[in-house]
Design a binder for this molecule. Structure first.
Ligand code: HPA
Length: 278
């Protein structure tokens, strides 16, 4: 377990490297480009692209489809810092490693955090290819990025989770959906470690408490809340996880459904980012 001083030093070293690469860059929005948001990277006018490997203490992604580049750029008149490539607990990263970039973003001035993910839809009304705005979550990962000594400069020891996902940003997403003619579902996200998908019995249990299930997002959101950020999370429903009609998982299908939803998700995120206060 790292001490508060060690962690502070690590964050400072990463922040200094980014400041060195992009002098004077003050992002107001941070974006974690999960599944279904890859195309959003193309909407950013890049000022600087920094491979994770060049940033001290940044984990390096092992998932091939997640490339691992930090993009400092502009979108919709806002300065944004986007992580193209994210880290999952199932890859073996600790929750603290997954949360680390969020604190780096915070130190660089990010106040609004935008996150996407792929999720299984447990709510029977959800169809593959739907988008669901995350209204709340359940941490079912059995782990937490805030374990260990707390640095009060990063956030409080016992952060409350009364509004992990900003109601103002959720409203902005629905307003954007209405204007753009994009239908949005909403629901509670249950975060698990994976890497296996769930059993029927697990879906039956989880489906009573949550609308979607996925293997990411919760660590970054806990860190973001701890750091006082406003957060918007949107899930792409890539498969239907209703116990009675469950089919074997088909990764091709999951990726196809994510790709199908990508333009809609890109449009929504872009619209909301354009509207956030700095
Ligand atoms: N579980 C089930 N289906 C999924 C998941 C998950 O974690 N992620 C994407 N589809």
């Amino acid at each position: 377990m790292k001490t508060v001083e060690e962690t502070r030093k690590m964050i400072d070293e990463a922040v200094n490297k980014i400041r060195e690469e992009a002098p004077g860059f003050e992002p107001s929005a941070g974006i974690i480009l999960g599944t279904g948001l890859g195309a959003l990277a193309n909407e950013i006018k890049p000022l600087k692209k920094i491979p994770y490997g060049e940033i001290p203490h940044f984990p390096v992604s092992t998932v091939e489809s997640h490339s691992g580049i930090l993009i400092a750029g502009e979108m919709q008149g806002k300065k944004v810092l986007a992580m193209s490539g994210r880290f999952h607990r199932y890859e073996g990263y600790s929750m603290k490693q997954i949360a680390f970039p969020v604190y780096v973003m915070k130190k660089l001035g990010v106040k609004n955090l935008f996150i996407s993910n792929a999720a299984g839809g447990m709510n029977p009304a959800f169809k593959a290819g739907d988008l669901a705005v995350i209204t709340d979550h359940i941490n079912f990962m059995g782990d937490n990025p805030l374990l260990g000594p707390n640095d009060p400069e990063l956030g409080p020891r016992w952060p409350d989770m009364i509004e992990p996902y900003s109601s103002a940003l959720i409203k902005a997403a629905f307003d954007a959906g209405k204007e753009l003619g994009i239908e949005l579902q909403k629901g509670v996200y249950m975060g698990v470690t994976g890497p296996n998908l769930e059993t029927r019995a697990e879906y039956r249990m989880m489906g009573k408490f949550a609308d979607m299930v996925g293997m990411s997002t919760v660590p970054e959101v806990i860190a973001g809340v701890h750091a006082g950020m406003r957060i918007l999370g949107i899930s792409v429903i890539t498969d239907e996880c209703v116990p009675e009609t469950l089919k074997p998982v088909n990764i091709e299908h999951i990726l196809q459904n994510a790709a199908k939803a990508e333009p809609k998700l890109t449009a929504i995120m872009k619209a909301v980012i354009g509207r956030v206060d700095n």
